[in-house]
Write a protein that binds this ligand. Structure first.
Ligand SMILES: Nc1ncnc2c1ncn2[C@@H]1O[C@H](COP(=O)(O)OP(=O)(O)O)[C@@H](O)[C@H]1O
Ligand SMILES: [Mg+2]
Length: 379
């Protein structure tokens, strides 16, 4: 790939709050090159503050304003650390695409991301494209998920139907039809890792169940699974998006109420793992019946027990990480925001009509000048 091709840096912290993901990439027709990537740690105090804001708390406005600035600083640290690792100067980067952290997602009404882009642009000197969800909402969309547009650009295989499953805190599906002219569909399926993590935090005191080993030692509780699956969200037709506001611990606790009090915690974990696998497999069966391949990305791809359960529920289809198609599973979402920055600089509208329900394709993101002002638009 030509080294003259501009570099873009994608930054985000997903609902799992596991780390700030930073990825540096070059994009050319039909090829994405991941140049460098870094999982930048989130200090415990800031993580606690972000979680409190996401769950709802006292003095929200003031704490939100402070966390916005603090996360802006952390995002800048992550970007600069990545550039140092890659031995590149900030001037080498055309723009940063920064998603920030979602602290509230009210489907179709509002979606709030923080991580001050002005701080990020000021510290790095690099132009920043941020606030990607707002324009989609303004155009009548849900504001989420955005990933299907990138999956369509980078993971489509003409003549072969594929599905892409992003297993983050929330799981989302992208349907890539074999016909390259057919529109790309996608939606949020429901909980990915969010409940698995919350339950592991409560009972193991760890951020997640490594490899899904604790879940693998438990037994699925059919009564609990049935209660969880009864949520009408799962059968609601797309466009639809969701978040931990809906699929959080209170949702799980309501389902647990009245079940035998001695229900073993690892049986609950096994049931939550099965819930993610069953709802994801059902989404593929219903919305991507022609897909021969199900490509998985996001942190859930590293959960062996979840992957095993998923493959068991999708017989006859190849279930594999996106790595097999050239995109390393842990970095797909950071690459999405690098790519969205490139699309914004090129002035290209992103077509999410069949995903978010937006009325028309729109240019996503707001542009914040770098040290040398606004960047020149890309050809
Ligand atoms: N080795 C692992 N074993 C089990 N789960 C893992 C592992 N690595 C990552 N995960 C899961 O992936 C999550 C992070 O996934 P990610 O795609 O970053 O989600 P988000 O976009 O919500 O931040 C972790 O919180 C954890 O649930
Ligand atoms: Mg993450």
């Amino acid at each position: 790939m030509a080294s003259g091709t501009p570099l873009f840096l994608g930054l985000l912290s997903g609902t799992s709050l596991d780390a700030v993901d930073a990825a540096l990439a070059r994009f050319e027709t039909g090829r994405t090159e991941l140049v460098a990537a870094r999982a930048h740690p989130i200090p415990e105090t800031l993580r606690g503050e972000l979680r409190a804001l996401a769950e709802g708390t006292e003095q929200e406005l003031e704490r939100l304003a402070r966390a916005d600035r603090a996360l802006g600083e952390l995002l800048a640290e992550a970007a600069l650390a990545l550039l140092e690792e890659a031995r590149l100067a900030p001037e080498a980067v055309a723009a940063i695409g920064s998603h920030g952290q979602t602290v509230r997602h009210l489907p179709g009404q509002a979606s709030v991301q923080i991580g001050d882009p002005a701080v990020l642009a000021e510290r790095t000197g690099i132009p920043v494209v941020a606030d990607f969800r707002r324009r989609d909402l303004a155009a009548g969309g849900q504001g989420a998920p955005l990933a299907p547009a990138f999956h369509a650009a980078c993971l489509r295989a003409p003549g072969r139907a594929r599905a892409v499953l992003n297993l983050g805190g929330i799981a989302n599906l992208t349907v890539l039809p074999a016909d390259p002219r057919a529109p790309v569909a996608g939606f949020d399926i429901g909980p990915g890792n969010t409940l698995l993590d919350a339950w592991a935090r409560r009972h193991l005191g760890r951020p997640w169940d490594e490899g899904g080993r604790w879940a693998a030692a438990g037994q699925v509780h059919p009564g609990l699974l049935e209660r969880l699956l009864a949520d009408p969200y799962f059968s609601q037709p797309p466009p639809k998006s969701t978040g931990p506001e809906h699929f959080g611990m209170p949702w799980l606790e309501r389902a647990l109420k009245g079940l035998e009090p001695g229900l073993a915690p690892q049986d609950v974990q096994a049931t939550l793992c099965e819930l993610t696998a069953v709802t994801a497999a059902a989404a593929v069966e219903r919305h991507a019946p022609a897909a021969e391949e199900v490509l998985v990305c996001g942190g859930g791809a590293a959960n062996a027990e979840l992957m095993r359960r998923l493959a068991a529920r999708l017989p006859g289809r190849r279930v594999a990480p996106t790595d097999v198609a050239g995109l390393p599973a842990p970095w797909v979402e950071a690459l999405l925001f690098a790519w969205l920055a490139r699309e914004a600089l090129a002035g290209r509208a992103v077509d999410l009509r069949a995903v978010t329900g937006a009325r028309r394709p729109v240019i996503l993101g707001t542009l914040h000048p770098g040290r040398c002002g606004f960047p020149t638009p890309l050809a």
